[in-house]
Write a protein that binds this ligand. Structure first.
Ligand SMILES: [Zn+2]
Length: 513
């Protein structure tokens, strides 16, 4: 059969399925053609019915549960089932189509695509198709514990939304699922149960900033009080291991004084111990090849110095934890939703040296958290790591693109979101480092509907909208209206994500294309 006839046959088949499964309440079934996938004994597909996504299966239902219909085909009658996208059905879907199961990405260049609303994955997949050409591996599911508490979603829902999005887009190249900013065993367990593949351990609460300023006897006292048993070492041995030992790191040599060692240890020793505890807990519950670990230090008070990075990396290695990536806190400011604030040259110099440490003690990737919209840095990072040993983490920027779609499709709703954002900004900004200033944001009243999207290109308004997502989504009316508009304008949202992520992806794949 030629391609045209094949396409025509598929289209006819879809039309039959759609007619057959039209629900009595009049909500039509729309099959997503790219989702159609053949597997043992069945053809699976995703469809939209009213406001919901449903999983369709023609042939053996194989554990998928839903309403059954009889489908007349050339080869006799076949069963069609239209199954709600429950957690149980999505789990079966992942089993039957293993490319939808999250997996470790290893040292491949990668991008985290946090999606607070659970509707962005098809756009993310299309952006990667258009601009990465297989040269950047995606993490489609990625939410921090803090984000989930603000959006009211569970780790399972986040993963299931990503699975359905990948299915809808016909994405077969695999993806990761990042349990972001885990701080304790309970955080870890919830994500283990859901089947995440990437665990970002954030031991920031155990970082002791007094290591920065303490001197003399005070520093020594703090140093002696470290959890040496957990670190399987002693105060004396640790100084001996690092002090006055030259470490050759490509273009430079790093030698720490005894005091530098004590400072690094006081600051990060307990954090290393906590990281080890969480990493071993994960290792005891998942097989080695089913997950990977990132260590995040980005939400600490001070930039991570090179001796500190070296100390942490060497200690993790000694204790048998092999992260796939590590996120230092770099110099300069990585504020939400806006470009890098700082001296790009200072950043480049530090980044290069951090990379050398990561190569020597790993190799592992360097991760850029709050990596959305840091357009100044992308060419620098891409140039300094030609092997692509980087992970770019983005999150809120996809939410802002959702608001851009709403500004176009539903200006009144956008104005309501903006109004609440302005009201809540002072409170909601507390947990973020921001320089956004409400007084400098344009007054929305002066902006006509056709120009509303320009507000999303203005940095103060961006930050207002960026950090108030929790308040918006905790308002039941605003939340359901937001989701309804995005579901009704799927293509618009997708197009906005594709053109926005072009700017995030292209700098890293330009050499290849
Ligand atoms: Zn982070």
């Amino acid at each position: 059969m030629d391609n045209y006839s094949k396409t025509k046959e598929t289209a006819n088949r879809i039309a039959v399925i759609e007619r057959l499964a039209d629900s009595p309440d009049g909500s039509r079934l729309h099959v997503y053609p790219r989702s159609i996938a053949a597997t043992e004994g069945a053809v699976l597909f995703l469809a939209r019915q009213g406001a919901s996504k449903v999983i369709g299966v023609v042939g053996q239902s194989g554990g998928l549960t839903g309403a059954a219909y009889l489908l007349g085909t050339d080869n006799g009658d076949q069963q069609l089932r239209i199954c709600p996208a429950t957690a149980a059905n999505v789990a079966v879907l992942r089993e039957r189509l293993p490319h939808l199961m999250p997996k470790p990405l290893g040292l491949a260049k990668s991008i985290g695509l946090g999606d607070r609303l659970g509707l962005a994955t098809p756009g993310h997949a299309d952006a990667l198709r258009a601009y990465a050409d297989g040269d950047m591996a995606p993490i489609f599911a990625q939410q921090s514990v803090r984000e989930n508490s603000r959006t009211g979603r569970t780790p399972q829902q986040v993963l299931d939304d990503a699975t359905l999005g990948a299915f809808q887009a016909g994405w077969q190249e695999g993806y990761g699922a990042d349990a972001d900013h885990l701080k304790c065993i309970d955080d870890v367990d919830e994500h283990l149960a859901a089947g995440y593949s990437f665990y970002t351990i954030d031991s920031g609460d155990h970082v002791q900033d007094r290591g920065h300023t303490a001197t003399g006897a005070t520093l020594q006292k703090l140093y002696d009080a470290l959890p040496w048993e957990k670190l399987a070492s002693t105060a004396q041995d640790t100084v001996r291991r690092y002090a006055d030992v030259p470490f050759d790191l490509e273009s430079f040599r790093l030698t720490m004084t005894g005091e530098q060692v004590r400072r690094a240890a006081v600051k990060y020793g307990a954090a290393v111990a906590h990281t080890i505890t969480l990493a071993r807990h994960i290792a005891s519950r998942r097989s080695h090849d089913a997950y990977e670990i990132e260590l995040s230090l980005d939400e600490t008070e001070h930039p991570t110095s090179l001796p500190e990075h070296l100390f942490i990396a060497a200690e993790l290695k000694r204790l048998g934890v092999e992260p796939v990536s590590l996120a230092p806190r770099y110099p300069g400011r990585f504020e939400k939703g806006v470009d890098y604030i700082g001296d790009p040259e200072v950043f480049a110099n530090e980044f290069k040296r951090h990379l050398a440490i990561a190569r020597k003690f790993g190799p592992y990737k360097l991760s850029l958290h709050s990596g959305s919209d840091k357009f100044t840095l992308y060419p620098i990072v891409a140039r300094l790591s030609p092997e692509g040993a980087i992970h770019l983490k983005t999150a809120g920027t996809s939410y802002l693109e959702a608001l851009r779609a709403i500004a176009v499709a539903a200006p009144d709703l956008f104005r309501r979101i903006l109004r609440l954002g302005h009201q809540r900004f002072d409170t909601d900004r507390a947990t973020y480092h921001l320089s956004g200033d409400q007084a400098l944001a344009p007054n929305p009243q002066t902006v006509i509907d056709a120009q509303l999207t320009t507000l999303l290109d203005e940095s103060h308004t961006r930050q207002i909208l960026h950090v108030t997502f929790g308040s918006i989504l905790q308002d039941p009316q605003l939340k359901s209206a937001t989701l309804a508009v995005l579901r009704a304008h799927e293509d618009l949202y997708r197009d906005m994500l594709v053109s926005h992520f072009a700017k995030h992806i292209s700098p890293f794949t330009a050499g290849k294309r």
